[in-house]
Write a new protein. Structure first.
Length: 190
């Protein structure tokens, strides 16, 4: 199979897999939900084909997530808020996952590199959601618990992102021994 065709096909399958997995959610007590490793396929593409291609794949995924969550944009009370939701809750938040292979250090083909890439890219995604929680969502719906916007956004987004991180790390480490060569593209070097 042509290398470009293989790359496009695998990426499309991973984006589709991530999209399907994103629809299976466990709701968290304060809001948000933990999916069944919906980001892991994007992380794998990043390690397999590099951060530039991983970023492109995650950008495509972010557009799909935005289209699926477009109802959230209607809550914006201004064009600036709508742009903030689109950029920080969707486009940037999900695209950073595709850069996971940037953060693992050298050598980039180890279990440790994969863990670091997942942790850092998920933290960057959390920061995006944290910012919109403070800036946009608290302005639209101040919390009834009397928390400051920063504390509430930290609690709301921290709960589900921590759950997402832990579940993804557990599954990634469980799958790593059998998928190591695939994740790191060793089969492509023949």
């Amino acid at each position: 199979m042509n290398t470009n065709t293989r790359k496009l096909t695998e990426t499309a399958i991973m984006i589709a897999l991530g999209t399907v997995l994103s629809m299976i959610k466990f709701d968290m007590p304060m809001g948000g939900g933990v999916t069944i490793c919906s980001m892991l396929p994007l992380v794998i593409i990043s390690y397999r084909y590099g951060w530039k291609w991983g970023g492109f794949a995650a950008f495509v995924y972010s557009v799909i997530q935005m289209l699926l969550g477009l109802d959230n944009v209607r809550y914006a009370s201004s064009a600036v808020m709508a742009a903030g939701i689109i950029l920080f809750d969707y486009i940037i938040a999900y695209t950073v996952i595709g850069f996971a292979s940037l953060f693992g250090g050298k050598p980039n083909n180890t279990r440790k590199a994969l863990v670091i890439g997942i942790v850092v890219s998920f933290f960057l995604r959390f920061l995006c959601h944290f910012l919109t929680g403070m800036w946009i969502w608290d302005a639209l719906w101040p919390n009834e618990l009397g928390m400051t916007s920063a504390v509430y956004s930290l609690a709301y987004n921290g709960w589900y992102m921590a759950g997402e991180l832990v579940l993804t790390l557990i599954v990634a480490m469980a799958l790593y021994p059998s998928l190591r060569k695939y994740i790191h593209g060793e089969d492509l070097k023949r």
